[in-house]
Write a protein that binds this ligand. Structure first.
Ligand SMILES: *Cc1c(COP(=O)(O)O)cnc(C)c1O
Length: 352
């Protein structure tokens, strides 16, 4: 607290990211990072971008990266926006598209940044309860609203809505923008990017942080018809015209172009997830049908806080999200390498 803070600074409840411990030999399964390294081509491109050219500003239009993303998704470059992590892309989208007279809708159990941005930008919102099985019923988002934002698959539940359900949501809100946050879509879902040519009110947001192993680079993207992208550009160019460094632009473009490496690593994570889910079920855990790079589990006999504390003592960290009463007995565990998952199972064996 300080007497110099503005009323706004006083009022904020900032997002609390998962711990990034300074100790190095921990098995870190708490922030949904990818256990595989980035594409070697991406690393080489970043190294090549690090040199005397750093005295120059990066390309403010980010055109090489946007073109790589347009090519991968079958879109045109004016349907692609990029920013400093999808968190920044989300921030611009809240200001450009979701600040309306009616209330913005999102689930009561979802990515913790949505209410934080709502409060920061003075956007009225209503948090819609999930169903008892933690699923989202699209029918709950078809009434009067100032826009809708859903994570698909949702976090931390891991549950996926089908493309037909997304279509129903978008068609049911023809005068409002529907934003689909697809941070985890590459681990088993069908992207709503395919619907963009048909709908003028759909914005899809993705990130290189999870499926492309580049959380440290901070590159996120949005896809939508050009008029929506223009709205994001207006906010971006009123805030920071150079959100992506030269390294970030080069590395992300090379990662997006390396489709072979991308498909190999995301497939490996899907297989590890299915194996880990079976092992955990054998140990008495129940869990949602996750289509992400994490599992969301609850144990029959032992509480989540005790399990998390026991794991921590053995050098394994997982995420225990305590703020939501309905899910507070669950743990969100990121999919690690085979060795990391095995270390988790070994530690659990001694705790349970
Ligand atoms: C990880 C995550 C993000 C943020 O990703 P960055 O691109 O690293 O900022 C956004 N939305 C959801 C649902 C996430 O899980």
């Amino acid at each position: 607290m300080s007497r110099f803070w503005s009323d706004l600074a006083h009022s904020l409840k900032p997002y609390v990211p998962g711990e990034q411990p300074k100790i190095t030999n921990l098995v870190k399964l708490n922030t949904n990072e990818n256990p595989f390294p980035p594409s070697p081509k991406a690393v080489a491109a970043m190294q090549a971008a690090t040199g005397d050219d750093l005295r120059l500003y990066p390309d403010p239009t980010c055109s090489n990266l946007r073109q790589a993303l347009a090519d991968y998704n079958g879109l045109s470059i004016d349907q692609v926006f990029v920013g400093n992590g999808s968190d920044e892309v989300l921030a611009h989208a809240f200001q450009a598209l979701l600040k309306q007279d009616d209330k913005l809708l999102f689930p009561d159990t979802t990515y913790g940044f949505y209410p934080v941005y709502g409060d920061l930008f003075g956007i009225d919102y209503r948090q819609v309860a999930l169903k008892d099985d933690l699923s989202i019923d699209v029918a709950d988002y078809l009434g009067n609203n100032g826009g809708v934002i859903l994570a698909n698959p949702n976090a931390p539940t891991g549950l996926l809505l089908s493309l037909d359900e997304i279509r129903r949501l978008v068609e049911g809100n023809p005068d409002r923008v529907v934003i689909i946050d697809e941070a985890y879509i590459d681990f088993g879902g069908q992207s709503a990017v395919a619907l963009i040519p048909q709908y003028d009110n759909l914005l899809v947001i993705q990130t290189t942080s999870k499926s492309r192993s580049l959380a440290g680079l901070r590159v996120g993207m949005a896809f939508g018809q050009a008029h929506l992208i223009d709205g994001l550009e207006r906010v971006k160019n009123s805030f920071n015209p150079y959100p992506l460094s030269r390294e970030a632009l080069a590395g992300a473009a090379a990662a997006v172009a390396d489709v072979e490496y991308f498909d190999m690593t995301r497939q490996a994570i899907i297989e590890l997830r299915e194996w880990l889910a079976t092992e955990l079920a054998n140990m008495g855990f129940t869990m949602t049908d996750s289509k992400t790079n994490f599992v969301f589990v609850e144990h029959q006999a032992m509480g989540a806080a005790d399990i998390a504390a026991g794991l921590r003592q053995q050098g394994v960290i997982v995420r225990h999200l305590t703020s939501n009463t309905r899910t507070q007995n669950r743990l969100r565990i990121s999919i690690g390498t085979q060795a990391e998952c095995q270390a988790l199972l070994t530690a659990l064996n001694t705790i349970l």
